[in-house]
Ligand binder design. Structure first.
Ligand SMILES: O=P(O)(O)OC[C@H]1O[C@](O)(COP(=O)(O)O)[C@@H](O)[C@@H]1O
Length: 395
């Protein structure tokens, strides 16, 4: 944080909802006088801190906001404020997906969608509620010019002075929520293109949202699983923070994640084997027999929840893929590719680096392959890995 500027960022003392009542513009100092005891205790076990080098402190725990404010990340006050609102939104979504009432909410809509003949990708109420939670938080932050969401047809212009553009999939994997499968939220953050400020709102909202992935300044996902994990990159390293439910803080638990150069896992819906092109079939047949460049038999893991499959890939290595035109470039492929690249891995559509693909449509879909560098190179060497046959699947 700049020492001269008087800066406000939400803390336990100033949660985002209070900040909405504070004046915009010149900022007042609300420096944190209170430091929470730096020792976490889980059911009687004392947990050792994994503070990364970005922290000024050499012992204890670092929260997401402390990590961002420590000076090592060079993100600036605006992004700190924005992330405080994002983490607040995600804590609310975490509570929502764990709520005993979400199942009936999901079912009502599912029945309605079935009877009206709507396809299986129709949004469920949880998607919509998550979208609203995020929209409100981004608006309250005062830092966002435009939000583009997988749930909305068009981007929403929020604030002429907002320095950032946020693209998001508010709740991915929600089709499996009735079975308590892990779900996740994905974010990508760009700078507002000030050179477009003169354009009509609709036009500048769209063009700001269609920025190439190479222009991302930050990306994150939040995994709602046995633990709620916020994994983020601000362009140098990928770091994960785990929600401490006793304090409500995201605590740094995995600093500077490095995806192993090789994994031994492939992650794909392989019931689609007969719709795959020859190259992809050959690749999977080869690695599952242990006849690839890495002479071990690979294992299959597929949750069918992108954030969960991606998180496991980041931790253990290997390759996570959806070879058909299903996942979205703007909301899913770009943010996750940014994260995997900053962890030393690769994101591609089977041929081209994802981050270098210029989006031409907001909801553009494409094949997506993410993972360990050597696994990705081997996979791409088969050439023909993009599934062109896309008959529509019912489950
Ligand atoms: O049906 P497939 O091809 O296995 O796709 C599953 C993928 O679709 C998703 O459910 C996302 O779909 P939506 O973007 O339509 O919600 C991912 O979480 C998952 O990885």
């Amino acid at each position: 944080m700049q020492s001269s500027a008087i800066s406000i960022y939400a803390t336990a003392l100033f949660p985002p909802k209070f900040l909405t009542f504070l004046p915009q513009g010149p900022v007042f100092v609300a420096r944190r006088h209170y430091c929470r005891p730096r020792m976490a205790s889980l059911g009687g076990f004392t947990v050792k801190s994994q503070l990364g080098s970005a922290s000024n402190e050499n012992s204890g725990f670092s929260t997401l906001i402390e990590f961002m404010s420590s000076g090592g990340t060079h993100v600036g006050d605006d992004l700190v404020v924005l992330f405080d609102h994002i983490q607040y939104a995600c804590k609310r979504i975490a509570a929502l997906v764990a709520s005993p009432f979400n199942t009936s909410l999901g079912k009502q809509r599912f029945i309605a969608a079935e009877s009206s003949g709507t396809d299986r990708d129709a949004s469920k109420p949880l998607d919509i509620v998550s979208n609203e939670i995020i929209l409100r938080s981004l608006r309250n932050s005062g830092k966002v010019a435009v939000m583009a969401s997988e749930e909305d047809d068009a981007p929403i212009w929020l604030n002429n002075d907002g320095p950032y553009v946020v693209v998001t999939d508010p709740l991915d994997g929600s089709r499996n929520i009735d079975a308590s499968i892990p779900t996740g939220t994905i974010f990508g953050i760009y700078k507002r293109l000030v050179e477009l400020d003169h354009l009509p709102e609709e036009e500048k909202a769209m063009l700001n949202s269609l920025q190439c992935g190479t222009r991302l300044v930050a990306a994150s996902y939040v995994l709602y699983s046995s633990a709620t994990i916020l994994c983020t990159s601000f362009g140098s390293g990928t770091h994960a923070f785990t929600l401490d439910r006793s304090t409500g803080d995201f605590i740094l638990t995995h600093s500077d994640i490095k995806v192993p150069r090789r994994g031994q896992i492939y992650s794909v819906n392989d019931a689609r084997y007969f719709d795959w092109p020859e190259g992809l079939r050959q690749y999977i047949d080869t690695v599952r027999q242990g006849k690839g460049k890495y002479p071990k038999k690979y294992s299959a893991r597929y949750i069918c929840s992108l954030v969960a499959d991606f998180h496991r890939t980041l931790m253990y290595g290997g390759v996570a893929m959806n070879p058909r035109d299903h996942l979205r470039l703007v909301y899913e492929a770009n943010p996750l590719s940014f994260l995997v690249e900053h962890a030393g891995g690769r994101g591609s559509d089977g041929k081209t680096r994802i981050l270098s693909i210029q989006p031409v449509k907001l909801h553009q879909r494409l094949p997506l392959f993410l993972g360990s560098l050597e696994d990705m190179e081997e996979l791409e060497s088969y050439g023909d890995v993009q599934q062109k046959v896309n008959p529509g699947y019912e489950v």
